[in-house]
Ligand binder design. Structure first.
Ligand code: SF4
Length: 474
């Protein structure tokens, strides 16, 4: 085994974001507004239990601040908080579980951590969209009270995008550093990643695989990546068969299944190439499942969850050499590893949160990750992969988040179809060059970060600007 050649600053100063941190199975419709709050609420009841306070709780209150307060209802936050309070886990919870817990709460009862029954009255949840916490705009405070009305515990959590959660009082940088796994090839910028690849004679996929294997072993890594890919494909296939109307006030008609039926008919004509239309149908299928509260893989968020599965499936459809199961399994793993390396760089150096950076942070990030994965499947060099990721993000800069009626439907679902097309176009464009180009990926990510800082909060998952105020609900 060769000894890794280091090109970066020491390991202890670095945090590593694993592919299996970025890609998580959860429920729709939003990683920051559904997955994160569910995890926060669950952490809260676990902390109460650990302190021996659970049995003394008489009632709980929750305040949703900033973006969670603005669009929490449309994004399913109340049900997610209730599910977390009952101890349900995001990896296994279903939309039926959330419906059952919400129904129980509507009738005034909640089983905290599944065991301790409390009353839950009107007013347990308060929305504070105008109150912004300095650490992050997606904040929620949970307070548990005893029978005599005294507060037993209060915690504020931040849902920082992609289902990641931080707690007030915990130093996120210190926690991340302490929890950061030791990997042989730590990198913090694309310059470092490319230099490590060059110094060690590795592709980005090989380097990422070595890092993941150092955390949990090669076999376990393969099993878990396959499970993520399977969950993505199951969601996509479910979306291609479901019809009807999506939940919420917009009454949006699902269209992926009808698109698929039409495309199957067109496929009977041998001269008709429908592959790019299938790509769009795949993305729409995933995001319709997400909007319906189905099981979805955050990639890197739920709102942008359709792009990576769609581009991965499209790559397996159209790029030769993936006919047998072994080749297909390998291609899926490598696609996810390369995409995750890009996502980790974006999350570390900018943001994958719509509430923090607008939709450039969600759909832009997913398109950039998918472009890199697709360029890898096309046989791209490390430099061509970097170029593909750069192009997709460069042409997502400034993309705002303005979900109509606070639902992750318009423009989100269609935007994933367009983002998937952008990812494929970016990879194809990069493959027509040799990887040499003027604007680097690191520069584009820094530009995205600055653009997100400059962006009005109207365009950061608050539904207070853009399409959200110009589309009239019927
Ligand atoms: S507009 Fe983009 S960032 Fe906003 S909710 Fe929709 S997908 Fe997410």
């Amino acid at each position: 085994m060769s000894i890794p050649v280091a090109v970066a600053t020491p390991l202890a100063e670095r945090t590593y974001i694993s592919a299996l941190d970025l890609f998580k199975v959860g429920i729709g419709p939003s990683s920051s507004h559904t997955v994160g709050p569910l995890r926060a609420a669950r952490a809260f009841v676990e902390a109460l239990a650990a302190d021996g306070l659970l049995d003394r709780v008489d009632r709980v209150e929750c305040v949703l601040f900033g973006s969670l307060g603005s669009t929490g209802v449309g994004h399913g936050t109340p049900g997610a908080v209730l599910a977390g309070l009952t101890g349900l886990e995001v990896e296994t919870v279903t939309r039926d579980d959330v419906a059952r817990v919400t129904s129980d709460a509507d009738s005034g009862m909640l089983a905290l951590r599944g065991t301790h029954r409390i009353r839950i009255a009107d007013g347990w949840l308060r929305f504070a969209p105008r109150e912004l916490k300095p650490r992050h705009s997606n904040a929620l405070t949970l307070t548990a009270f005893g029978a005599d009305g005294e507060p037993l515990r209060a915690d504020t959590y931040y849902s920082v995008g992609g289902g990641f959660v931080e707690r007030d009082g915990d130093d996120s940088a210190a926690l991340a550093s302490a929890a950061s796994p030791r990997v042989p090839y730590p990198f913090h910028t694309m310059v470092e990643l490319l230099a490590l690849c060059r110094a060690n004679g590795l592709t980005i996929a090989e380097l990422a695989r070595a890092n993941e294997a150092a955390i949990r072993g090669e076999a376990e890594t393969r099993i878990r990546l396959a499970a993520i890919a399977d969950a993505m494909e199951a969601c996509l296939d479910a979306g291609l068969t479901e019809s009807g109307t999506l939940p919420g006030s917009l009454h949006v008609t699902r269209r992926a299944a009808a698109m698929a039926a039409r495309l199957r008919a067109l496929d009977a004509e041998p001269t008709r190439d429908t592959s790019l239309e299938w790509l769009q149908a795949y993305a729409i299928a995933v995001n319709e499942e997400n909007a319906a509260g189905g099981r979805v893989v955050t990639a890197p968020t739920n709102g942008a969850a359709g792009i990576i599965p769609a581009v991965m499936r499209h790559g397996l459809d159209v790029i030769p050499g993936h006919d047998d199961d072994t080749a297909r399994a390998r291609a899926r793993e490598e696609f996810l590893l390369v995409a995750a390396a890009i996502g980790a760089l974006i999350k570390s150096n900018a943001s994958i949160s719509g509430a923090e950076a607008g939709c450039q942070g969600e759909v832009g990030s997913a398109a950039s990750m998918a472009a890199a994965g697709f360029a890898h499947l096309l046989g791209g060099s490390n430099e061509q992969i970097e170029n593909a990721a750069e192009i997709a993000m460069e042409h997502s800069l400034g993309l705002t988040c303005d979900p109509v009626a606070g639902l992750v439907q318009l423009p989100c679902i269609e935007r994933n179809a367009i983002g998937a097309g952008k990812a494929v176009a970016a990879a194809r464009l990069a493959m027509n060059g040799d990887g040499t180009h003027l604007i680097s990926f690191d520069t584009v990510v820094e530009t995205m970060r600055q653009t997100g800082l400059d962006m009005s909060t109207k365009y950061k998952e608050t539904s207070e600007g853009g399409l959200a105020v110009n589309v009239v609900e019927c």
